[in-house]
Design a protein around this ligand. Structure first.
Ligand SMILES: [Zn+2]
Length: 859
């Protein structure tokens, strides 16, 4: 004990010599508990001297939690892909921490309109979530978390005691540990003893993909709603466990800017966010202004950004009785950078972030009862709205794709949305929803507003400027049949048991072991994973290009386009092993496999027909690196690696230009700029039989470089150049012509290999950017194309819409012995566009078998 005290005393003596450094950040009128380690005592450098690495950040958070258990409770949320811990620290007064679970349960009652009326909010703590640097290379937030944590653990006096007695602070030091680690490694390795401020220097110019993203190069600040990634899933679990009153989201913006905080532009707020939310955000903003005025920092509040997409951290809370707040600090990117406002130093950026944490806490303390009352009002009002709505609920589910339906329901459950089994068949909007294959989501529940944010289509907007996508209607993105139910349809008998998790439905081999053949259908989500697993085990398979009907153990069964045939006699594996392998793979992939004892079909083609075409194991490379969209490439990587267990080689242009490509059957080019790529080499590889899959503007690159002869529609300018326009209107006019993305419905050919497994004659695609291909003159080469009224949901300018109308969505081009599949849109968008997944997988597996004549055009 004595030893520890001595050590602490020594540390304290050392630290006092750095006191000047900490005093730059910390409020002057506060004393600090010497038993709590300062950041530099644990991380080994001053805050802002180097960029803190994630391991050191974790060490510090652990150290203060250990040093002051009366104020801090450390709660690991889970791990990232790269196994870094995601920490949540709970700061409060001891008397609150001692009854934390009781406080949490009482707080959650604010969301329960039946129970909340009796709550006495005058006595309840307010719950504030402080969150940092979801973009890993916007690191002033995460570095400020060292100071905020120190302040909350070590500050002494009546002010902090009052604050903690009235508040539970959920504190997330790093929203994106893998990205921030990547970035800190980059800037620290380039730091000079004499700081170099030249913006051209390598320190300020990260290599691809940069630290903004998570492991799979996703923008986690678009994933709060889809919740695809573990980082989001762990965080959402805690968000929903607490439903905070305020959530802060500390970011960085361009280096020449100042500091931004919401409320922002009123017309760019999602209409499902209540007016009162904006008023409270504005009231909180006054605290930030006051605190930043005091340290002389410039800021702006009524321009830029939007508060529209509920997948963003500062918008997601707004539809749940919470106030989400976006902070954007001008970025020093490295340690100190020359900017329009002089040299922007890293410590200065950290101080602004820390200061706005203090102002947030002061606002929460001052407005405590108001914020608690607002949350109660929000859910009371929502319940009334839900009760009055003509839509009594949604029914959703695809009987032929249990896994994709399950992934949608998983997404709903992450947001504590009430979901029930469907107890009876129901027909609505000309779709039959079957008991056991569809789910019921009642309107009358606390998350009704968020549900509308998930299910609604949006076609009218108050503003034409956006910062992100304008529509994300989830059932369309997932490609699932769904319908709203009126009171007449919504009968009591429909509602089955409430579910709290989705069970994986295992597939099986239906029928006994056979020496003849096995067949499985292509409609289930994981059918491609099953096919790849079999191919990887040396099993030979054929795809059916003509439907047939066969006798199975379940009786006569029709098999559609894309069904996969495994002829037993053609395998090198013996029938017993094959049977065992199929049983295991059918179970894990959720796909039923049918044993068939004869080649003679009941109707349609027989099993020896040439309509069954060999499908090999694809060997896939994707072009990555400078110029390529990291998120688009990451979506392909995540899709193949995480969902389908298929390896994909990541080729940089420089590598591509010097390696032997003959081992690849398939090359993927996502949206990007491919100036360094050898087009001759790529074309020769396609001509030799390769399958090239290109998407969005890569479609244009491939055409412009003479690999395909796809042509493009001209976009009307939207501006009459003979008329002078006000200079000040330029930004708004040009912004309105950008296409941040909406949902468009293309007609598809269900008999085409690229659309095997689809059930409806259409696909809803996410379309952003300006790739509008003309349809090919070959009538078989446009398996997906847009008609006259493709818009389903989202904002699109008149000019851009006219270019989308009657354009091609997918074009197949025959180039020598190879094929180029041009997909104008992004079928893999943000890993929740599961309606596009089968198109992508079909391109990978079946691109090669598309008939040559169907993709040929006359020059
Ligand atoms: Zn950001």
């Amino acid at each position: 004990m004595k030893k520890t005290l001595l050590l602490l005393a020594l540390i304290f003596i050392v630290s006092t010599s750095f006191a000047q450094e900490l005093s730059y950040y910390l409020p002057a009128d506060v004393t600090y508990n010497p038993a709590i380690p300062t950041p530099e005592q644990v991380i080994g450098h001053h805050v802002g001297e180097w960029h803190v690495t994630h391991d050191r950040l974790v060490n510090y958070m652990k150290a203060i939690a250990a040093a002051n258990p009366d104020r801090v409770k450390l709660q690991p949320m889970g791990n990232t892909y790269e196994t870094r811990p995601q920490l949540l620290l709970l700061f409060s007064a001891k008397k609150n921490l001692d009854r934390l679970e009781e406080i949490r349960l009482q707080h959650l009652q604010l969301g329960d309109a039946a129970a909340s009326a009796s709550l006495n909010t005058a006595n309840m703590p307010v719950v504030v979530w402080i969150g940092h640097s979801i973009h890993g290379n916007e690191s002033s937030g995460v570095n400020a978390s060292l100071l905020s944590a120190y302040y909350l653990a070590a500050a002494q006096g009546k002010k902090i005691d009052d604050l903690l007695e009235n508040m539970v602070i959920l504190f997330d030091p790093s929203f994106n540990p893998d990205g921030m680690q990547r970035f800190s490694t980059w800037v620290n390795q380039h730091r000079s003893k004499n700081l170099v401020t030249d913006a051209n220097s390598r320190e300020f110019n990260e290599v691809w993909p940069g630290g903004r993203f998570n492991h799979y190069w996703f923008d986690l600040n678009r994933d709060w709603l889809p919740g695809v990634h573990p980082e989001s899933q762990h965080r959402l679990q805690q968000f929903q466990a607490w439903r905070p009153n305020i959530l802060t989201d500390h970011h960085e913006q361009g280096s020449n800017a100042s500091f931004f905080f919401q409320p922002g532009v009123p017309a760019r707020v999602n209409p499902l966010t209540p007016e009162k939310n904006q008023q409270l955000t504005a009231a909180i903003a006054n605290f930030h202004a006051k605190f930043l005025d005091k340290i002389g920092s410039l800021y702006f509040t009524k321009e830029n950004y939007d508060d529209f997409y509920y997948g963003k951290g500062s918008t997601y809370p707004d539809v749940q009785g919470c106030i989400g707040i976006l902070f954007e600090q001008a970025s020093s990117r490295g340690h100190a950078q020359q900017t329009a406002n002089g040299i922007l130093r890293f410590p200065f950026t950290i101080r602004n972030q820390f200061t706005t944490t203090l102002s947030t806490l002061e606002a929460a303390y001052t407005m405590r009862k108001e914020l608690l009352d607002y949350q109660r009002e929000f859910f009371t009002m929502t319940k009334q709205e839900a009760g009055a709505a003509t839509n009594k609920g949604w029914v959703i589910g695809e009987a032929t794709d249990k896994a994709r339906t399950g992934l949608f329901i998983d997404m709903l459950l992450r947001h504590k949305i009430e979901v029930y089994e469907l107890n009876n068949n129901v027909s609505a909007d000309n779709v039959n929803f079957e008991k056991g294959a569809a789910y019921l989501v009642p309107s009358n529940q606390p998350q009704y507003r968020l549900l509308r944010g998930i299910f609604d289509k949006t076609l009218t907007y108050k503003d034409s400027l956006f910062y992100d996508i304008t529509a994300w209607t989830m059932p369309l993105a997932f490609g699932l049949p769904y319908a709203e139910l009126t009171a007449a349809k919504y009968t009591a008998g429909l509602r089955g048991n409430r579910i709290d998790s989705v069970q994986h439905v295992a597939g099986r081999v239906r029928g006994e072991k056979t020496n003849y053949a096995y067949v499985f259908e292509w409609n289930e989500f994981y059918a491609p994973r099953l096919l790849y697993e079999l191919a990887d085990n040396g099993i030979m398979a054929k795809v059916c290009s003509n439907p047939f009907e066969a006798s199975t153990a379940d009786g006569k069964k029709k098999f559609s386009y894309g069904s996969i045939l495994i002829p037993v006699a053609l395998q090198k594996t013996d029938p017993d092993k094959l049977y065992a392998l199929l049983n295991a793979a059918a179970a894990s992939n959720g796909v039923d496999v049918y044993a068939i004892g004869t080649g003679m079909s009941v109707s349609g083609v027989d099993l020896g027909s040439a309509s069954f075409i060999n499908v090999g194991k694809p060997s896939i490379a994707m072009l990555v690196g400078t110029g390529v969209s990291p998120t688009d490439a990451g979506e392909v990587w995540h899709l193949l690696d995480q969902r389908f267990n298929i390896p994909v080689s990541q080729l940089e242009s420089a590598v591509f230009n010097r390696v032997d490509l003959s081992k690849y059957t398939t090359i993927v080019m996502v949206s990007g700029n491919y100036t360094d790529l050898s087009k001759e080499k790529l074309k020769a590889w396609v001509q030799n039989g390769g399958t090239l899959i290109c998407m969005e503007d890569a479609v244009q690159w491939v055409a412009q470089n003479g690999i395909t002869n796809v042509t493009f529609k001209k976009i009307p300018a939207g501006i009459d150049s003979s008329v002078a326009l006000p200079y000040a209107s330029k930004f708004d006019r040009e912004g309105a012509q950008l296409n941040y993305g909406g949902i468009f419905r293309a007609t598809i050919d269900l008999t085409h290999p690229l659309f095997y497994g689809y059930q409806q004659p259409y696909i809803d695609l996410f379309k952003a950017g300006k790739t509008f291909p003309e349809k090919s003159k070959n009538p078989y080469a446009n398996p997906a194309s847009y008609g006259n009224t493709p818009l389903q949901s989202g904002y699109i300018s008149k000019e851009n819409y006219s270019a989308i109308k009657n354009s091609a969505a997918v074009i197949v081009s025959t180039v020598g012995s190879g094929r180029v599949i041009s997909i104008a849109d992004n079928p893999n968008f943000r890993a929740f566009w599961l309606g596009g997944t089968k198109l992508m997988m079909n391109a990978l597996f079946f691109g090669k078998i598309i008939d040559a004549g169907s993709g040929r055009t006359e020059e």
